[in-house]
Design a binder for this molecule. Structure first.
Ligand SMILES: [Zn+2]
Length: 223
């Protein structure tokens, strides 16, 4: 396992801890990361977290919220990109949260002991704390895996990764339920995302660094 991650680290663009654009911040958590979105609702600051991170104590998120004079108990909603352990493993720290997941990955959350689950369907907007989350189906990594558009940022989760050449590729072959499907789905995403191409300024990934603009995604081909 260690060898695999160090081999992976040679080619991927490194995660940029605390990268942010507008109200979205990426928090590096070991080899993965989560994203925090801040919004003001009725004069009160609120947060939505995308994926729980890997660290058992959720330290990067706890540190970030502490700086904001908030705590993990203030998180009412967690949006899940897919049901793998490094994205949902520290769910128990979110004592007050509902976990929003594509219906096809619901069983993966239940298997981890998560009970506060609300499902969505890819293509249908989910509004949490006044923020719009638009999920796109990218099956293959898991059957319910999604990328999600939040404002000007497309959050890929585990759908893909950025490499050191600044290109986008499908990563995590060893962890994919269906690797060929994952590649075909990413190519399909280039079609599905096209209507939003003017809106998107950044593409971000759970396991690698951000890419500015959408051109690299639109140029992706499964071949
Ligand atoms: Zn995964």
């Amino acid at each position: 396992m260690l060898f695999f991650f160090s081999a992976l680290a040679c080619s991927i663009a490194p995660i940029e801890d605390r990268w942010s654009h507008g109200n979205i911040t990426q928090l590096k958590d070991s080899f993965t990361s989560n994203f925090v979105i801040e919004n003001e609702v009725d004069g009160e600051r609120r947060w939505v977290v995308i994926d729980t991170g890997f660290n058992k104590n959720t330290e990067p998120l706890v540190d970030f919220l502490t700086e904001k004079e908030a705590s993990i108990e203030n998180i009412d909603h967690v949006f899940i990109t897919h049901g793998h352990g490094d994205h949902i493993g520290s769910h128990a720290n979110f004592t007050n949260a509902t976990f929003h997941v594509n219906s096809q990955d619901k069983s993966l959350l239940e298997a981890e002991g998560i009970t506060a689950i609300e499902t969505f369907e890819a293509g249908n907007e989910v509004v949490l704390e006044g923020v719009s989350f638009l999920p796109f189906a990218v099956p293959g990594h898991t059957s319910g895996n999604v990328a999600v558009l939040v404002g000007e940022v497309l959050i890929m989760g585990g759908s893909a990764q950025s490499n050191k050449d600044g290109d986008i590729e499908v990563g995590g072959k060893r962890f994919a339920e269906d690797w060929e499907q994952a590649k075909a789905s990413l190519e399909q995403l280039t079609v599905d995302i096209e209507p939003y191409s003017e809106q998107i300024e950044w593409i971000v990934f759970s396991h690698s660094g951000p890419i500015q603009g959408i051109d690299k995604l639109l140029a992706y081909s499964a071949e």
